[in-house]
Design a protein around this ligand. Structure first.
Ligand SMILES: NC(=O)c1ccc[n+]([C@@H]2O[C@H](COP(=O)([O-])OP(=O)(O)OC[C@H]3O[C@@H](n4cnc5c(N)ncnc54)[C@H](O)[C@@H]3O)[C@@H](O)[C@H]2O)c1
Length: 414
């Protein structure tokens, strides 16, 4: 018997209320005398928009999304990566002053090693001091690390404080900034503490990439390559033809129209592809995720080699290894195997690393992934380019052989 279908409540404010959406379609069923079942669905809507030069005074996009729904003068809490503050702090402050948004800024020094609960708590203390009002969004500006930390702080503060994400790295633009996951590392376990906390909106400004390190760009291209291999062959072709140009031009299209069109197409395909993959499985109820390609053994590899390998570099090693496994299992042709390996190198990403010689590391990485994926490894293995299948029976010895083959193919010291 359904006891009490929820009446739709009228919204008292234009500001979206996360709690409202969580209970809007809920109901309680009474099973018998002393047992009830509550069922509720949570609807998620958020916008991801490509916007150029968000701190340009003539561009009101950022100001409108930051103050959305408020007619009075807005106060906002902005948490940002210290390097972004150094590079863009002046124009950012001038921008918010111009649009009369009174901001308090918390500039955090972030790194994979500082991606911890201590950093989350620094934001929490600052939010307390600021006195953030319920429903007012936190504005988070930075790379994947800052966004993951700030997103977790937002999800914990008063159980859910809205946040607006402004990614500033390529990893952030195409991956960390546009999904719903937040997280910090704990005791060598990557993103072990985290939450699913959808942003209120995401503003993607590729002009930030103009100041990003070349190595950091390669790092982001690894996530784009991952998506291309699992689901988007035309994107793979684009990377193959123009990968070096994208790197050289930092996706700014400096050499005129061709570069610009390519950069935009690559970004648009990567963002659409990632959002498409996420939307069908936002809460990861299915643990067979295409986008986990490259993320099977890389979480442990990244943590064990800190600070040597960047996230995308560990992902590249993982992709290379599983492409070899796929070839050994006759799931991908030699031609396509070689195309993938060549492209990884072309994008200035690593193919091999000494840590892959250690069978105990490979065993531990597989075991941790299997635990993380509820008892089955569910390893995405490429089937040619543009699709994958999932397998559960890859052993550490198979990976060890694959790593040896990779070294031989690449002409590295075997
Ligand atoms: N939540 C998710 O779904 C998700 C997805 C993918 C990756 N991630 C996480 O993202 C993190 C990696 O993020 P990342 O690669 O962006 O690294 P990062 O955030 O550490 O940024 C890399 C470096 O670039 C600097 N930087 C940032 N923007 C800059 C700019 N515009 N110009 C110059 N320097 C700039 C930063 O200060 C930092 O030193 C990892 O921790 C990974 O787990 C999360």
């Amino acid at each position: 018997m359904v006891l009490r279908p929820r009446n739709k409540r009228s919204k008292t404010s234009e500001v979206a209320d996360e709690a409202d959406s969580a209970i809007a379609s809920g109901h309680v069923t009474r099973q018998g005398g002393r047992s009830w079942t509550l069922s509720a669905e949570r609807r998620v809507d958020y916008d991801v928009a490509l916007v150029d030069r968000i701190f340009d005074l003539a561009n009101p996009t950022l100001a409108s999304s930051v103050v959305a729904g408020r007619s009075d003068k807005a106060r906002r809490f902005v948490v940002l990566d210290r390097n972004i503050d150094y590079l863009y702090g002046q124009s950012m402050r001038a921008y918010f002053a111009h649009y009369e948004v009174a901001c308090e800024y918390l500039s955090l020094e972030v790194s994979e090693q500082r991606k911890t609960m201590e950093s989350v708590m620094r934001i929490v203390h600052a939010l307390d001091r600021f006195g953030i009002e319920r429903h007012d969004p936190i504005v988070a500006i930075g790379g994947g690390v800052l966004l993951d930390i700030a997103g977790l702080a937002a999800s914990l503060y008063r159980r859910a404080t809205p946040h607006i994400r402004i990614p500033t790295t390529l990893v952030g633009l195409v991956d960390a900034g546009i999904g719903v996951k937040t997280g910090v590392n704990h005791d060598q376990h990557k993103n072990c503490l985290g939450s699913y906390h959808p942003p209120r909106s995401v503003l993607v400004d590729r002009t930030f990439l103009a100041t990003l390190d070349r190595r950091q760009l390669s790092n982001g291209l690894a996530e784009i390559l991952k998506l291309a291999i699992v689901s988007d062959r035309p994107l793979f072709d684009l990377l193959e033809r123009h990968g070096r140009l994208l790197l050289d031009e930092r996706l700014q299209g400096r050499q005129g129209e061709t570069g610009d069109l390519v950069a935009l197409e690559v970004l648009e395909r990567a963002i659409s592809g990632m959002l498409g993959e996420l939307s069908g499985n936002l809460w990861e109820t299915s643990l067979e995720r295409l986008v986990d390609f490259g993320h099977s053994i890389s979480p442990l590899i990244e943590m064990l080699t800190l600070p040597e390998l960047l996230h995308g570099e560990a992902v590249a090693l993982d992709m290379a290894l599983f492409v070899i496994v796929s070839h050994q299992r006759e799931m991908i042709s030699s031609t396509n195997r070689d195309r993938v390996l060549r492209l990884i190198r072309e994008l200035e990403l690593p193919l091999v690393h000494p840590v892959l010689r250690d069978v105990s590391v490979l065993r531990r990485a597989l075991a941790e992934t299997t635990r993380h994926r509820a008892g089955l490894a569910r390893l995405p293995i490429p089937l040619e380019i543009g699709s994958v299948c999932f397998v559960n029976d890859v052993s550490e010895d198979e990976l060890l052989i694959a790593a040896k083959e990779l070294r031989e193919l690449g002409g590295y010291d075997a």
